[in-house]
Write a protein that binds this ligand. Structure first.
Ligand SMILES: NC(=O)c1ccc[n+]([C@@H]2O[C@H](COP(=O)([O-])OP(=O)(O)OC[C@H]3O[C@@H](n4cnc5c(N)ncnc54)[C@H](O)[C@@H]3O)[C@@H](O)[C@H]2O)c1
Length: 379
């Protein structure tokens, strides 16, 4: 097989520009074409980034495409991913992989039957900050992690996204939209989840869009927007996860993990960088000196300053894994486990009981400085 995979994209919306901007940093992948149900969206992105716009059918039938990235809205993920695998292309999907475990398992079977590989975002846990936390955990700095807290709370997405409807439909909501980042990072640090329980609710039945171009439009909320979940891990660790789009302000940190020999404080798993802090037993909390991890180096201007953004690292790792015949870090097995955990959290809210998680997965291999550099064009 060639040392570079030809990549196509289906879904030319908001996040496609991030993939198109960042993919050229990485070895082993070349984005050749983009398609969308809305052909003018595909043409606009294609001309912006100097690639081809094709129809979805033409992209699926293209000989120069080995792998297709599914960047459609969550409730289209399953159908589009099924078509990608059905067409004989490897699949990399944006999160969430699917909206039900049943659909995810069907994709897994299809990929196996076709001898194809599938992977799924999020890849932010491959960032310099989260991999530093992983190194500290692996080196035993906090001993055995026994408990922790995670908070992802704000007042929603209708203030910035041009088409925020999907966030408030089944498949959206803070748990399926932002939960993947938190669960993937917890699996990276602690391993798989055994059972969950949750209380779920929504503050209001509608939301008013305040972003352009649909400012003032009202949209219905048909999925919980506040979720208080309890996660018990195979390791025995118990973590509380609060996810909400009904909170104007709060003082909770994104993630804290408590171990037998200390505590670890992590930045937002939705981002690649940030400061990691550590408190050894009986000692004060101290920032951990940043390491020279390439996926922690700030490379993008944001309102709050420069930030590290290496989205597409998961896709590049998947391409390298296919070419090298090794395990994919952002693998289908881990994405399926994430879906199982998230839908079980929502089900627990409806059924008012603990839910056992059916799927299992291993922790992904750590991505140290050397491994991260090996994914980049310039090392
Ligand atoms: N926007 C972000 O910052 C962001 C960040 C990380 C992940 N994501 C994830 O990426 C995915 C896309 O998000 P987005 O913000 O780009 O959404 P978006 O609404 O801006 O774009 C989605 C695109 O998919 C197209 N589409 C919808 N159904 C389709 C179908 N059946 N076939 C082909 N095309 C179809 C739409 O026409 C649209 O152009 C979501 O799963 C989201 O969770 C988004």
């Amino acid at each position: 097989m060639a040392r570079t995979l030809g990549i196509g994209i289906i879904g030319a919306g908001n996040i496609s520009s991030t993939y198109l901007k960042l993919a050229p940093l990485f070895k082993g992948i070349k984005i050749r074409a983009i398609a969308d149900i809305n052909s003018s969206a595909a043409s606009a992105r294609a001309s912006e980034y100097g690639i081809e716009a094709r129809t979805i059918d033409a992209l699926l039938a293209s000989d120069d495409i080995d792998l297709i990235v599914n960047l459609t809205v969550p409730d289209a993920h399953f159908d589009v991913s099924k078509r990608i695998l059905g067409a004989g292309k490897h699949l990399y999907s944006e999160k969430p992989l699917t909206l039900s475990l049943k659909d995810g398992l069907e994709l897994q079977k299809l990929a196996e039957r076709k001898g194809l590989k599938a992977g799924c975002a999020p890849d932010t846990y491959l960032g310099g900050a989260h991999q530093l936390a992983r190194k500290l955990v692996d080196e035993g700095e906090v001993g055995t992690i026994t408990s922790g807290t995670a908070h992802v709370m704000s007042h929603g997405m209708e203030h910035w996204h041009p088409n925020p409807d999907f966030f408030f439909r089944p498949g959206g909501g803070p748990i399926l939209d932002l939960g993947p980042y938190y669960i993937a990072n917890l699996v990276n640090l602690i391993g798989p989840v055994r059972r969950v329980a949750a209380l779920t609710s929504m503050a209001t039945p509608t939301r008013t869009i305040s972003s352009l171009p649909r400012k003032g439009e009202t949209i219905a909320v048909t999925t919980p927007t506040t979720i208080q979940a309890l996660l018990e891990f195979e390791s025995g660790a118990s973590i509380t996860l609060s996810a909400s789009w009904d909170v104007w302000a709060h003082h909770h940190p994104n993630m804290e993990l408590y171990g037998t020999d200390g505590s670890l404080f992590l930045p937002d798993p939705n981002f690649f960088g940030g400061e990691v802090k550590l408190a050894k037993a009986g000692k004060k909390v101290k920032p951990v000196k940043a390491w020279a991890h390439p996926f922690g180096i700030p490379n993008q201007k944001h309102a709050t300053g420069m930030m590290a953004n290496y989205r597409t690292a998961g896709l590049a790792d998947m391409a390298a894994a296919i070419l090298e015949g090794r395990d994919i870090r952002c693998s289908l097995e881990r994405a399926l486990h994430g879906v199982d955990v998230m839908v079980s959290i929502l089900r627990s809210g409806e059924e008012r009981k603990f839910i056992d998680i059916k799927t299992r997965c291993s922790r992904p291999e750590a991505l140290g400085i050397r491994e991260a550099k090996s994914l980049l064009k310039k090392s």
